[in-house]
Write a protein that binds this ligand. Structure first.
Ligand code: G3H
Ligand code: 13P
Ligand code: ZN
Length: 357
């Protein structure tokens, strides 16, 4: 009986210690990560944008790190609320730490990797990421009334800045799905609000709405014209006049574009030819992103294109070889295709190649 009690106490003490460990704060600096401050300052001066790629699994992370290391591009690894739920936030954080070490192993001596919370929806989520080793967080109050967005963003900024963590805010509403929040229509950012918003919140960067949206269906067919030869949808241009007006109000302030996948038609075609069904999927043409990257837009978010590349490769292998059941045989080609995609974005669209030597 005595021995049993002793064990119970030991076990209790052990559990208590484990609990305490979980509560300990981890600074991103200990993990070898960087915040977005220098990245954005250099990107604005240099007329390029930093890629912000979402990841949910090992293959995506490997591909992002390989592409960034081989091109020496600074990179933002983004984790959404959905990714935290899917992959477990502890595991994701250690994966990001592993990413820094993997980058060095690939010959990138001084990797510039930021770990960023994508679409943080509350002060508590942002705080937990700051405490847990993220170097940057987004607080997305864009669906809130203006004053509430300001109050929430300011609260997150005050906490994050105590830990040298940078904060992205959002003003204006993007159409499409942002985690569980779905907006039918986009509402462009009002340029007349941005000075007040940036000054009162103290945010480090601002995501704006100029016609991009999340997912692989960025425009309804009725918003587009159709190419007579290919029959493919041709989307309307982004509202560069809104971007110009924002830049005039906030000269040199880092601007972020969400929903910036281009939805490459070659991936959509492979998916559709191998049992998938993505009719009329359409994204943002790359020339428009190139143009944006040369301006104060210094962070461009891409998630759907990686999902499409992954799915295209997996569908192709499984339909060519129906007997295949080793995940490495289809996740490997998926990873290769994602490396190719990320490099293409870095080199040919965002212009961030060689900016983190
Ligand atoms: O903004 C949306 C991102 O693509 C993340 O998507 O919430 O499905 O992970 P998710
Ligand atoms: P896409 O769906 O266009 O890839 O946008 C991703 C995004 O904005 C993540 O926050
Ligand atoms: Zn987004």
């Amino acid at each position: 009986m005595h021995a049993f009690n002793g064990k119970a106490v030991l076990k209790e003490t052990h559990n208590f210690k484990v609990h305490l460990n979980i509560q300990f704060m981890v600074s991103y600096k200990e993990l070898g990560l960087v915040n977005t401050k220098d990245m954005f300052a250099k990107a604005i001066k240099g007329g390029y944008a930093i890629p912000a790629f979402n990841f949910n699994n090992m293959e995506q992370l490997q591909a992002i790190v390989k592409a960034s290391a081989e091109t020496k591009s600074p990179v933002i690894l983004q984790v959404s609320k959905g990714a935290r739920n899917y992959a477990n936030q502890t595991l994701l954080r250690y994966m990001a730490q592993g990413a820094v070490e993997y980058a060095k192993e690939l010959g990138w001596e001084k990797p510039q990797i930021c770990l960023h919370l994508d679409h943080g929806d509350s002060f508590e989520t942002c705080k937990s990421c700051v405490d847990f080793g993220f170097s940057s967080v987004m607080i997305d109050g864009s669906a809130l009334p203006y004053e509430e967005n300001i109050a929430l963003t300011k609260k997150v900024v005050e906490y994050a800045h105590q830990h040298d963590v940078t904060v992205e805010a959002e003003l204006g509403v993007l159409a499409g799905v942002e985690d569980e929040v779905q907006a039918e229509e986009s509402h462009y950012t009002k340029p007349e609000e941005v000075i007040d918003f940036a000054t009162r919140t103290g945010c480090d960067s601002l995501a704006i709405s100029i016609g991009t949206s999340h997912g692989a269906y960025k425009f309804k067919p009725e918003q587009c014209t159709r190419d007579a030869e290919t029959g493919r949808l041709v989307p309307p241009p982004l509202a560069f006049d809104v971007l110009d007006a924002v830049m005039e109000k906030l000269p040199g302030f880092p601007i972020v574009l969400h929903g910036s996948s281009s939805v490459p038609q070659e991936y959509v075609d492979i998916i559709n030819a191998n049992g998938g069904k993505l009719p009329d999927a359409v994204g943002i043409p790359e020339e428009q992103l190139r143009k944006a990257a040369k301006s104060a837009v210094c962070k461009i978010n891409i998630d759907s294109d990686s999902r499409l590349a992954f799915t295209a490769a997996v569908r192709k292998v499984l339909s060519d070889k129906p007997g295949e059941f080793d995940p490495r045989k289809y996740c490997g080609p998926a990873r290769d295709l994602m490396v190719e995609l990320y490099k293409h974005k870095i080199v040919n669209v965002l212009g961030s190649e060689g900016k983190a030597i």
